[in-house]
Design a protein around this ligand. Structure first.
Ligand SMILES: [Zn+2]
Ligand SMILES: [Zn+2]
Length: 370
């Protein structure tokens, strides 16, 4: 079929909305009519060459919800008409990690930047007949996509699809970092550095965990106001040494129990580390550009303070477990989804959406497909 898609062709250039050919689903694949796609910063890192992908052209976009239109003859548990969200790491179901229920660590995960489908072949071609890749094996900045069933999660039809799209990436990434990686406990104190899509969800995750103090840090003052709506008790635009002293002043000089690094770890990890109490946790949820090869943390300080520095991808728990649970919290009014959406865009406005993200104007922009 012929679809419109926003294609990444060149580092540093705008995405090009063009017509491409999408082949029918193979036996284990699903054709999804996309409805809503979140504008996540990860795609922006790819556009700017900070997160390298193995090929161009490639359709970016990985935070998506839609409606199943057709399925291959070996697909199980998914039917035409189902509402689905797509997981940006496939859960192959066979590897060591998937068999332990750790689909976010699936052995196929490292291939999500390569371009082909899970089976290694391509389903997309441009007007010149050239293979077009699919970022995260999803390629969601498009009217439709074909993905392996390993990337598909069926959701209830009463969940609005624009809200559902956010549950595919930013919400579990942030909420899960607080709940499953740091394991924030009632009464704990928390610092969140960078209150964009991930960070704002760390804030609401920490609130769900019962944190007594949630300090939001961002250079954009508007985001600190939004953070209060999501549960932050304090806000600061301080950075570097000033951020450390601000946090220590708020915590009687001992630092927070958990610090979350949700933007630019090269600049924010060490201040977050030093704003954390002895034996506390520092959780990195943000991507660092490929060009940054290391971040300095004084090893004696690491040893003597007994702090843990840890990474969290996809909220450190299987999306197949987290997403239904998070939708349950949403239904009960304990999780904000619609409030995360600052603005919606048409597919051909996608570059404006990323300009707004870069300017700090959006908490989350969402592309809606008519
Ligand atoms: Zn994302
Ligand atoms: Zn797997």
């Amino acid at each position: 079929m012929d679809i419109r898609a926003a294609v990444f062709r060149e580092v540093g250039a705008a995405l090009r909305v063009e017509r491409i050919v999408l082949d029918p689903p193979q036996p284990t694949e699903v054709l999804v009519r996309l409805a809503a796609i979140g504008l996540c910063r990860t795609d922006y890192h790819v556009m700017r060459g900070e997160r390298r992908v193995a090929m161009q052209p490639m359709v970016l976009g990985h935070e998506a919800a839609g409606i199943v239109e057709a399925i291959g003859d070996q697909v199980q548990g998914v039917a035409p008409g189902d509402h689905v969200v797509l997981t940006f790491i496939p859960g192959c179901g066979h590897c060591r990690w998937c068999q332990r229920g750790l689909h976010h660590l699936c052995a196929e995960g490292p291939r999500i930047t390569h371009g082909p489908q899970l089976d290694g072949s391509f389903r997309r071609r441009d007007a010149g007949g050239r293979d077009v890749g699919a970022f995260c094996m999803i390629g969601a900045f498009a009217e439709a996509t074909v993905v392996d069933q390993a990337s598909v999660l069926v959701i209830d039809k009463d969940i609005p699809l624009d809200h559902a799209s956010l549950i595919a990436c930013g919400v579990p990434a942030g909420v899960g970092a607080a709940r499953h990686r740091a394991r924030v406990k009632p009464g704990d104190t928390v610092l969140v550095v960078g209150c964009g899509g991930d960070g704002m969800n760390v804030v609401q995750g920490a609130k769900l965990c019962g944190a007594s103090m949630i300090i939001a840090a961002d250079i954009v003052a508007q985001k600190l106001e939004w953070a209060r709506d999501f549960g932050a008790t304090h806000g600061t635009t301080a950075q570097g040494d000033e951020l450390i002293s601000t946090v220590l002043a708020l915590t009687d000089g001992i630092g927070v129990d958990h610090a979350f690094v949700c933007i630019n770890p090269a600049e924010t990890l060490l201040p977050a580390f030093r704003a954390t109490t002895k034996a506390g946790n520092v959780v990195v949820t943000a991507i660092t550009p490929d060009t940054v090869k290391q971040i300095d943390v004084p090893p004696l300080e690491l040893f003597a303070t007994q702090k843990a520095i840890m990474g969290a991808v996809y909220g450190f728990a299987s999306p197949r477990l987290q997403i239904p649970e998070l939708l349950g919290l949403y239904r009960r009014g304990d999780l904000k989804l619609g409030e995360l959406i600052s603005r919606t865009y048409r597919l051909d406005e996608i570059n404006q959406g990323y300009a707004d993200l870069d300017a700090g104007r959006n908490l989350r922009g969402v592309v809606l497909i008519d």
